[in-house]
Design a protein around this ligand. Structure first.
Ligand code: SF4
Length: 382
């Protein structure tokens, strides 16, 4: 039987401290709480036993939170359970997210032994004042130490997360951050703009009149975005998604699954899955999650298949984030209908205004289209 490719996401919802801007599902926790959570995770993975060998897992991503905060022994138990339950492809991309200040040589060596071949390091800024503003637990020197240690332990495929639009950040300090990081030659750089999320300390600090003045203006933010794309492109990184840049062949295969609607299963608190045309998210409350975990797959089977129109819209919203855009053939294969029959008119309209480029095979946003992407994507609602 031909096995279906599958991505696996594992959520580790623990951090040393909460950063001021963060609304991810993560919080500090002691060793007992961490072990209790991992026990639930193991049960949740086990619940997929009836179908595990139908798949060939080809990407794994441990994210959070800060996966590197928990002991490598616990990480090892999760990896072993995944291998017990699922069949794996020979060429797996296995990523673990780590934060500077939580890594040492022993941990890195054990990650390599467990089969991880890609690290994602949260830096955000090379400027210590900006790191303090964000409430990060590390300074730039700690990041560089972690980065060099990772390279020494054999990790050639490293992503560095960066953030523009930080309060007090200037074009000059952003340029310096980019230059400092590029000098280390990581394989991949993710560069996102800060979003002020509701109910975070940043929301209360930076949505007042006085607070707003400390944020870069929208025009400065756009200028930083454009500079990032131009500079990283000059330095040999290809932008393959709105905010992601990679050396040739080092694009994140796992994240591409999200943007191209390939199947993945998310394990852990609040984790989302997309499987067999169904979308599902785990409970976001810890007690509810722990209760749900042993029967997670049974619960997933009960989910309704998504309405085809919602799936088509999602295909466009996600696929147009990729700079290569969407393939009409993929659309036809997924939905059994010609792309032009559904979206031909809207595409023609935006090709004429210069917001989209299209040919026989592909449709993609132009730079002009990316600048107003929310407005363009809204037109793909059916
Ligand atoms: S390290 Fe990441 S997940 Fe943890 S609090 Fe900071 S931003 Fe949130």
């Amino acid at each position: 039987m031909l096995k279906r490719p599958l991505g696996i996401y594992v959520h580790i919802p623990f951090c040393v401290e909460k950063c001021g801007y963060c609304d991810f599902l993560s919080a500090p926790a002691g060793a007992d709480e961490q072990s209790r959570y991992v026990r639930a995770l193991l049960k949740e993975i086990r619940s997929y036993e009836p179908v595990g060998d139908q798949f060939a897992v080809d990407t794994v991503f441990f994210g959070g939170g800060t996966p590197s905060i928990i002991s490598p022994t616990l990480i090892g138990k999760i990896v072993d359970r995944l291998h017990d339950v699922f069949a794996f492809d020979d060429e797996v991309e296995a990523t673990i997210e780590c934060n500077p200040g939580t890594l040492d040589e022993k941990k890195l060596k054990s990650y390599a032994k467990l089969g991880f071949n890609r690290l994602s390091l949260g830096l955000q800024s090379a400027n210590d004042r900006e790191l303090r503003t964000l409430g990060r637990i590390h300074d730039y020197a700690a990041f560089e130490e972690s980065y060099r240690l990772a390279r020494k332990c054999g990790f050639a495929n490293v992503n560095v997360d960066l953030m523009s639009g930080i309060p007090g950040q200037t074009m000059d300090s952003w340029r310096q951050t980019l230059e400092t990081v590029v000098a280390l030659q990581p394989a991949h750089i993710s560069a996102y703009s800060l979003i002020i999320e509701e109910d975070t300390p940043f929301y209360y600090r930076y949505t007042t009149e006085a607070g707003k003045k400390l944020l870069p203006t929208e025009a400065e933010d756009r200028a930083m975005y454009r500079y990032t794309n131009d500079y990283l492109s000059d330095m040999g990184y290809r932008r393959y998604e709105f905010s992601n840049h990679a050396r040739r062949g080092k694009e994140s295969r796992h994240n591409i699954k999200y943007w191209t609607m390939q199947e993945y299963v998310g394990f852990g608190l609040g984790a989302a899955s997309y499987l067999g045309g169904k979308r599902f998210s785990n409970p976001r409350d810890m007690e509810e999650y722990i209760e749900h975990a042993p029967n997670a797959y049974a619960g997933f089977r009960m989910q309704p298949v998504r309405l085809i129109k919602r799936s088509m819209e999602e295909f466009m919203f996600l696929g147009l984030r990729m700079t290569d855009g969407i393939l009409k053939e993929d659309f036809a294969e997924l939905f059994g209908v010609r792309f032009d029959t559904v979206y031909g008119k809207v595409v023609d309209r935006f090709v004429q205004t210069g917001h989209l480029e299209a040919d026989e095979d592909r449709v993609r946003l132009t730079d002009k289209g990316i600048d107003v992407s929310n407005r363009i994507l809204a037109e793909f609602l059916l």
